[in-house]
Write a protein that binds this ligand. Structure first.
Ligand code: DOR
Ligand code: ZN
Length: 347
């Protein structure tokens, strides 16, 4: 039985770091294990321009504890007013690695997102021309569409038409949660990829709802039926280049999660690598974890694989991590897989 696994230091290709006291409190949780992360721009107000991204990157670096190495890979939040020339300049300077599309109203802080996709045509065409990836939150917001169907409907009615209309556009289907997402990603060429979160490999919708509502398992896209979780597990553990880790670790203080109208987001930064080792080992695919967490994302974003390494070790006693991370903004509950995990990151 393998007791230890050494990988190139992993990258988290979808991460929410927030700002201010929350950023300060949770950044070490990611920087401890990850070399780089694609940083989501859904702040209030959002990170829309290159100037916003420079200022946010500087705040992230200022919050990084002494002695920790971490590179934030910045993104811009696509609005109907986004200027293609600003996006192109931000890409050319090396500052921005992707543009994020939130359908207006789809999730946390998405009200500045896109309602009329015709209005972003010029930006998408420019992105296709320069090879800058579009990260998509793939859910429709149509009130009549059931929340469990919103990803599948998005693929058919938004994603596929955009890709057909914009040849060469490089797209990341973010945090896929369905078999339809896996199948669509597999049918694309090398201009299409998909991120998969840690928590969607572990929970299905029963975990949220059976035996009492579990607000810390609620995120968007919401976890689906078991058959979908199994499709995600098969995709993640396949080693296929199009699938890679994007945790979507999304901290909210407990007071806003444990609430009559609780926020969406699972906070997995603290324990993602031990959880993934558990999941991949359970599926007999421990040797594929390196592709999923350290290689495939870097390749899609045309970045070198990290030189530094991370070692995971398996012990006879369960790994302990804090139940909550205490931040200056308030406590944030760490994702609980609901079973003991024996893997840990070696100090
Ligand atoms: O669960 C989620 N939380 N999904 C998202 O798309 C946004 C994120 C957040 O920012 O809290
Ligand atoms: Zn997200």
């Amino acid at each position: 039985m393998t007791q230890s696994l050494t990988l190139p230091r992993p990258d988290d290709m979808h991460l929410h770091l927030r700002d201010g006291a929350m950023l300060q409190g949770i950044l070490p949780e990611t920087a401890r294990d990850f070399a780089r992360a694609i940083i989501m721009p859904n702040l209030v107000p959002p990170v829309v321009t290159a100037a916003d991204a420079i200022a946010y990157r500087d705040r992230i670096l200022a919050a990084l504890p002494e002695g920790m190495a971490f590179e934030p890979l910045m993104t811009l939040y696509l609005t109907e007013a986004t200027d293609p020339a600003d996006v192109a300049a931000a890409h050319a300077s090396g500052l921005v690695k992707a543009v994020k599309l939130y359908p207006a109203g789809a999730t946390t802080n998405s009200h500045s997102g896109v309602s009329n996709f015709d209005k972003v045509r010029g930006v998408l065409e420019k992105m296709a021309e320069i090879g800058l990836p579009l990260c998509m939150h793939g859910e429709v917001t149509t009130p009549s569409v059931d929340i469990f169907d919103r990803e599948a409907v998005f693929i058919d009615t938004v994603l596929d038409p955009i890709r057909r209309a914009t040849p060469g556009l490089r797209v990341v289907m973010e945090h896929i949660t369905t078999k339809q997402g896996v199948d669509y990603a597999r049918a694309g060429g090398d201009d299409l990829a998909a991120t998969i979160t840690t928590h969607h490999l572990i929970i299905n919708r029963n975990h949220i709802l059976v035996g009492g509502i579990k607000p810390h398992y609620y995120c968007l896209p919401v976890a689906k039926r078991e058959e979908h979780r199994l499709a995600l597990r098969a995709a993640a553990t396949s080693g296929e280049a199009r699938f890679f880790l994007g945790t979507d670790s999304a901290p909210h203080i407990d007071a806003l999660k444990e609430h009559a109208c609780g926020c969406a987001g699972c906070f997995t930064a603290t324990n993602t690598m031990p959880l993934l080792a558990h999941v991949f080992e359970e599926d007999g695919a421990l040797e594929k974890l390196e592709a999923f967490a350290s290689r495939n994302g870097a390749a899609f974003y045309r970045l070198p694989v990290n030189d530094a390494q991370l070692t995971l070790v398996k012990s006879a006693t369960p790994t302990e991590w804090p139940e909550k991370i205490e931040t200056g903004a308030g406590p944030v509950t760490v994702f609980d897989p609901g079973y003991p995990v024996f893997w840990r990151v070696q100090d």
